[in-house]
Design a protein around this ligand. Structure first.
Ligand SMILES: [Zn+2]
Length: 329
């Protein structure tokens, strides 16, 4: 496992399998920025391999089929274009699972973005989990584990991937790049501690992301146009929104620029907070709105997440400009 923060979980799974006490259903949050998809892939291959050792052998027929993406006992379900995963997908899956496995080994089901399942789909899956077919393993990877049905959660072993601390991340990045990291790269890690895999890709491609927190801050503080959101891109903007309010809270609590995820924000944000007379209560409320937006956007299919986010920003704008004139806070 090349990503050191995934190693503890990988070792646990491997150990449980070797001891023949591996649970048949696993929940691993979908965090590709942390490499969760690589872990799940490696885990699936291990389960399918006909002569597994420390990892999948890579040589047996099962491994070759898996590598070619055509293993008949491997089932992958995902949300397409941010749409809900409907009950039909789960019913098809259940029917297929009833048949004997093609390679006479384990069957592996990976449901990615499992929190995009409709309630009916989730309930249909629950039945399958309660009476699983022999030698079948399920891996569910929701964006947020908490948004899965409690009944589903109780049927699975829940695994948590913890992102490493900044020091460990710096060491890892230095190792990956084979050189000392620059100030800009250091700043990126600080801004995206939950996304080291993504950070490495940006650096390798020499293609750094637009700094979304600064874009939001400057729209808000200078009453400029809020950014346009492309379809499917709302999650990154919502992350940036939360990050911005978190940093504002830190400034409000008297912390200096060094304590911010986005240090460059300080010079602009501090006078703005004072000028607008923003209270910590208001900041907490803005943060709550972010959480509520995320809940709505992830739990309810059919809602336009980009619109939700734009209405969140509009509410921020109105409440921050009204405050001064109304003198409520
Ligand atoms: Zn193999």
């Amino acid at each position: 496992m090349q990503l050191p923060w995934l190693r503890p979980l990988w070792l646990t799974l491997r150990h449980d399998l070797a001891q023949q006490r591996l649970s048949h259903a696993h929940c691993i949050a979908w965090q590709p920025e942390l490499g969760s998809d690589r872990l799940i892939q490696q885990f699936s291959r291990l389960l399918l391999c006909q002569q597994p050792q420390q990892q999948a052998c890579g040589q047996c027929k099962s491994c070759l089929l898996a590598a070619a993406g055509s293993h008949p006992d491997y089932y992958y379900i995902d949300s397409i274009d941010d749409k809900a995963i409907g009950v039909d997908s789960v019913r098809d899956l259940t029917t297929q699972l009833q048949q004997t496995s093609n390679q006479f080994g384990a069957k592996v089901v990976w449901i990615n973005q499992a929190d995009r399942m409709t309630l009916t789909a989730a309930n249909a899956l629950l039945k399958t989990l309660e009476e699983p077919t022999a030698d079948t393993y399920f891996i569910l990877s929701p964006r947020r584990v908490s948004s899965l049905l409690p009944t589903l959660r109780s049927r699975m072993q829940i695994h948590v991937i913890t992102s490493p601390d900044l020091n460990a991340l710096q060491q890892w990045l230095t190792q990956q790049l084979g050189r000392t990291i620059s100030a800009v790269e250091q700043q990126l890690l600080q801004q995206y501690p939950q996304a080291p895999v993504q950070v490495l890709e940006w650096i390798k491609a020499d293609n750094f992301p637009a700094d979304r927190v600064s874009v939001l801050a400057s729209a808000w503080f200078n009453q400029q146009r809020w950014p346009d959101i492309e379809r499917g891109d709302w999650a990154g903007w919502l992350d940036a929104s939360e990050q911005l309010v978190h940093d504002l809270l830190r400034i409000q609590q008297g912390l200096g620029a060094d304590y911010l995820r986005q240090a460059s924000l300080f010079a602009q944000a501090k006078p703005w907070l004072q000028r607008q007379g923003i209270s910590s209560r208001q900041l907490s409320e803005w943060l709550q709105w972010c959480y509520a937006t995320r809940k709505l956007a992830t739990e309810q299919s059919g809602l336009n997440a980009a619109l939700l986010l734009q209405s969140l920003w509009a509410k921020w704008h109105v409440t921050s400009t009204n405050m001064r004139s109304s003198g409520v806070y």
